[in-house]
Design a protein around this ligand. Structure first.
Ligand code: NAD
Ligand code: UFG
Length: 338
């Protein structure tokens, strides 16, 4: 299939483009480069051995999108483009609603005008809020989100579901990601956050490479194995392959489907720090800090539905993800800047 990948020069998008090409699909990327570098696609081209068509287009730019749809015979869209920083979304809610919600509405409208009614949407485990029980299944109730970013994901799930209900020609796959970490084994692409990383793994790798002095661990008094927060860390390549499997759903015309993409295994912050140290031989100094506002103790996936329906399970473990994250960071201490 020829697939439009919005946000395709970003972290998860660039890894997904590789797996789409590996599986024999064609990928066309659009991105406004607000949180990524075009260089990631140059690296992707090196890995897959061919150029990926790229358009610097904002998903809110109807005319720009129209031109892409007129030029390329798009059959489906994997929609990654969006703003994703939890803390920033609390400071700039308007920007988050406008970018993520308005952008998706424009994209979907242009898609349907061109008869393209297949979409995979990047949702998040954040829609489960603070779950009553773990592991969470797709049937676990959605809870109010603690930040505008999460609310955009939850609202967009509803919007896409309603659009599919009104027009059954649509195929909508909502993928709820748990915590993506790791990088492509080549060390050529990986996560490249702007400024101080919000997320745990890029913070660890920046400490390891000497860019930051020590890791702050947000709380060690949660009701967990060692008091630190527990999450389901999934290798980004596994996540990318999950998208390729989801593409195969379009031909089944199942309406709207929801899948958790996680490993099914919870790992605490301290366990991840120690796994990183064991996998790389690099010591990570840390200090215990106060809990971070909005954090929950534990969340991990029941990923059995994806196993049953998509034939997908995560195959890489934490050790491998640590090694791959470290290779990327070590070889590219300043991300895509040479
Ligand atoms: P990322 O920031 O690396 O990628 C998102 C890309 O979208 C960036 O390249 C950015 O430049 C682009 N973009 C943003 N707004 C745009 C717009 N209006 N028009 C065109 N391009 C635009 O983030 P990522 O980690 O690769 O995340 C991809 C998707 O997955 C996002 O929707 C994110 O919310 C979702 N997600 C990520 C995580 C995570 O922990 N990384 C977890 C759950 C869900
Ligand atoms: N943590 C630290 N120190 C840090 C960063 C994080 O101790 O410097 C801890 C957090 O307190 C938490 C765990 O590491 O216990 C993971 O935190 P992340 O920020 O890496 O991930 P979150 O689970 O908080 O959130 C991430 C994304 C959200 C997404 C969610 C579920 O940032 O956008 O996963 O997919 F919604």
């Amino acid at each position: 299939m020829k697939i439009l990948v919005t946000g395709g020069s970003g972290y998860i998008g660039s890894h997904t483009v590789i797996e789409l090409i590996n599986a024999g699909h064609e990928a066309v990327v659009i991105d406004n480069l607000s949180n990524s570098s075009e260089k990631s696609l140059e690296r992707v081209a090196k890995i897959v051995g061919k150029e990926i068509p790229f358009y610097k287009v904002d998903i809110r730019d109807r005319e720009g999108l129209e031109k892409v749809f007129e030029k390329e015979k798009i059959e489906a869209c994997i929609h990654f483009a969006g703003l994703k920083a939890v803390g920033e979304s609390c400071v700039k809610p308007w920007e988050y609603y406008e970018n993520n919600i308005s952008g998706t509405l424009v994209l979907v409208d242009v898609m349907r005008k061109h008869g393209v009614k297949n979409i995979i949407f990047s949702s998040s485990a954040t829609v489960y809020g603070d779950p009553d029980t773990v592991p969470v299944t797709e049937k676990s109730p959605k809870k109010p989100c603690t930040n505008p970013y999460g609310t955009t994901k939850s609202m967009l799930e509803t919007i896409l579901t309603d659009i599919q209900t009104a027009d059954p020609e649509w195929n909508v796959v909502l993928l709820r990601y748990f915590n993506p970490i790791g990088a492509h084994e080549s060390g050529l692409i990986g996560e490249n956050p702007n400024g101080i990383p919000n997320n745990l793994m890029p913070y660890i790798t920046q400490v390891a490479v000497g860019k930051r002095e020590k890791l702050g661990i947000f709380g060690n008094d949660y009701d967990t194995v060692d008091g630190t927060g527990v999450r389901d860390y999934i290798h980004v390549v596994d996540l990318a392959i999950g998208h390729v499997k989801a593409v195969e759903r379009f031909s089944l015309n199942k309406g709207t489907e929801i899948f958790n993409l996680g490993t099914g295994k919870g790992t605490s912050v301290l366990e991840l720090v120690h796994a990183f140290e064991d996998a790389t031989g690099v010591k990570i100094p840390y200090e215990i800090k106060d809990r971070r506002a909005g954090d929950i103790a534990t969340n991990y996936a029941d990923a059995s539905l994806a196993a049953k329906e998509l034939g997908w399970t995560a195959k890489y473990d934490i050790k491998r993800a640590c090694q791959d994250s470290w290779r990327w960071q070590k070889n590219n201490p300043n991300g895509f800047e040479e």
